[in-house]
Design a protein around this ligand. Structure first.
Ligand code: PAF
Length: 281
């Protein structure tokens, strides 16, 4: 099924709940890839009914971001989502989601200060606002998010806790191409040469992992190693390389416990993210 309106979507979810069915929600901006499909499959394995939302949310894009050219293909998304086990694709229009100028926003403090929050002001406020709206429209039992956007997962998990949303956030592993490239809808922007450069992201994280396995614990040394590896390629324009505590997202000087090593790198005009999470003794 494909719904474009909030009213019919609410009614459907309400009816399913009345029948005692559990609901899994997979929020997306469409142009689905295997990463999204893995979320849908997991949602289907853990819930009776799966709703996939496809909505390119303008308020999480900055003025120089790629809102206008973000890839779109609803028919393809619909087929892929249903094949992966979705029961309903919710694809509201801009007017349906934002019929008038919004005066209310959801802001998660502190966790949004660094990493992507620092380089994309207002981005996370846009994400938490639209995700709150989706949670109100589709009061699911569980919602599924990919760990490629690790900060987004941390921010939404905090929001759910702080605002008492009755919904479990399920983080799901990054899905990669065979050569290591983390799947992203934005990978379609890369030409052949850029795609080769994009491989350096996962490779640099692999090198960092090796260093840590060999006993290195100083964040600066690991960040420097990633940075110099990426800087060898003039196509790589580093936005950030940071090592933070996985739970608090606070910068670490010495690696301890669960750490997140996160990068954002511009390859040509395309900004790509990648990360690894490691348990460090
Ligand atoms: O990760 C995304 O695709 C988006 O940020 C989300 C969670 C669907 C909100 O627009």
């Amino acid at each position: 099924m494909l719904f474009h309106y909030i009213k019919e979507t609410r009614l459907y979810v309400k009816e399913q709940k009345k029948l005692g069915k559990s609901i899994g929600l997979v929020p997306t901006m469409g142009y689905l890839h295997q990463g999204h499909l893995s979320l849908i499959k997991k949602a289907k394995a853990e819930n009776d009914v799966v709703v996939v939302s496809v909505f390119i949310n303008p308020i999480q894009f900055g003025p120089n971001d790629d809102f206008e050219k973000y890839p779109r293909d609803l028919q393809r998304d619909y087929n892929l989502a249903l094949d992966a086990g979705a029961d309903l694709l919710f694809n509201p229009s801009l007017e349906e989601m934002y019929p008038e100028k919004s005066r209310s926003f959801v802001l998660v403090q502190e966790l949004t200060d660094n990493l992507c929050g620092a380089s994309r002001p207002g981005h996370f406020q846009g994400v938490t606002t639209v995700v709150s709206k989706l949670f109100n429209i589709i009061p699911a039992d569980r919602a599924y998010f990919g760990m490629k956007d690790a900060q987004q997962v941390a921010v939404i998990t905090q929001m759910v806790k702080d605002l008492n949303f009755d919904i479990e956030i399920v983080p799901c592993p990054i899905i990669r191409e065979k050569d290591g490239l983390a799947l992203s809808s934005r990978n379609v922007y890369l030409n052949n040469k850029e795609r080769q450069s994009a491989l350096l992201l996962s490779q640099s994280l692999g090198k960092a992992e090796e260093l840590i396995k060999q006993g290195e614990r100083t964040a600066e040394i690991i960040v420097d190693s990633i940075t110099s590896f990426l800087e060898k390629d003039p196509n790589c324009n580093i936005d950030y390389v940071e090592i933070v505590d996985f739970h608090t997202l606070k910068d670490l000087k010495i690696l301890k416990n669960k750490v997140l090593i996160a990068l954002a790198v511009k390859i040509g005009k395309t900004r790509l993210l990648d990360n690894i999470v490691m348990e460090v003794e």
